[in-house]
Design a protein around this ligand. Structure first.
Ligand SMILES: C[S@@+](CC[C@H](N)C(=O)[O-])C[C@H]1O[C@@H](n2cnc3c(N)ncnc32)[C@H](O)[C@@H]1O
Length: 253
């Protein structure tokens, strides 16, 4: 896992060479605050799902109703529908850089816009780009422009976990980033795919956790018992749980 480094040395040098610029009004003042966030290596970063509240700072799915401009920007990529908030796209960008995944599994392809986004970003941000596999029942919806050398679409009915190709899952290199955006048998699929996950892999469950109902609370208990912790760096980067995956940016311990 890649962590931001070099900030301690930078600030030591800044304090030594530009002590008058660190305070309010100085040209280094803003960077000091930002560098605490960039560092991302703090002791209470990983938390048990059961120890966290659910109230988001802002409802992550209501933002696009506030402004058509933001909505349009958020929901397309290279002209294809991409159902991700700008917050979540920024979070995935950071996670792909930090985790350096060799495999990204996307459950729910829709038009293929998000699969293309993941493949482009894996190409750009990973020193050793691997593979993106996107699964959907309705593969006819996938746009012909959703093409990338790293990206493969699979027609799979996710209501039956037996439909996955075990040979494919066994051969895919780690670390993995799994993103569940299909909203079908969420925790059955999690339990199934967990058999193939390794420590350090990430599993993001989009949208469903917003309900925070009994099914979700029980499901996240199962996730916790399976050794996953919430990475609060991602859930809370823009404000508490300001993401489509509240309490569900999960890292396998
Ligand atoms: C919210 S969309 C995915 C959006 C996409 N990831 C994006 O960000 O643009 C959910 C997708 O789940 C798929 N889906 C629904 N039921 C399914 C099932 N039983 N098996 C596989 N895919 C299913 C739908 O066809 C739909 O394309």
């Amino acid at each position: 896992m890649k962590l931001a480094s070099g900030y301690k040395a930078f600030w030591e040098a800044a304090h030594k060479n530009y002590p008058d610029q660190i305070g309010e009004g100085g040209f280094l003042y803003m960077g000091l605050g930002i560098s605490n966030v960039v560092e991302s290596d703090y002791s209470d970063r990983f938390a048990k799902p059961s120890g966290r509240g659910w109230m988001p700072s802002m409802h992550p799915r209501s933002f696009h109703k506030r402004s058509t401009t933001i909505g349009a920007l958020a929901l397309t990529y290279k002209g294809l529908i991409t159902i991700k908030t700008p917050f979540d796209l920024a979070l995935y960008t950071r996670l792909i850089w930090e985790l350096q995944p060799r495999t990204i599994l996307e459950l729910g392809s829709y038009q293929g816009g998000s699969g293309l986004w993941f493949a482009d970003h894996m190409s750009m941000l990973c020193e050793n780009p691997g593979e993106v596999h996107s699964f959907d029942l309705q593969t006819k919806c996938i746009h012909e422009n959703a093409k990338h050398p790293l990206l493969t679409f699979h027609q799979v009915d996710l209501s039956d976990v037996a439909a996955f190709d075990e040979n494919l899952l066994m051969r895919l290199p780690h670390p993995w980033l799994v993103t569940d955006d299909a909203h079908v048998q969420v925790f059955s699929i999690f339990s199934y795919l967990n058999r193939f996950l390794a420590p350090g892999d990430y599993y993001v469950i989009e949208d469903d956790p917003i309900r925070a109902d009994k099914e979700i609370i029980n499901g996240l208990q199962l996730v916790e018992q399976s050794g996953f912790l919430v990475d609060t760096y991602y859930t809370d980067a823009f404000g508490d749980n300001l993401t489509c995956a509240p309490n569900a940016w999960l890292r396998k311990s």
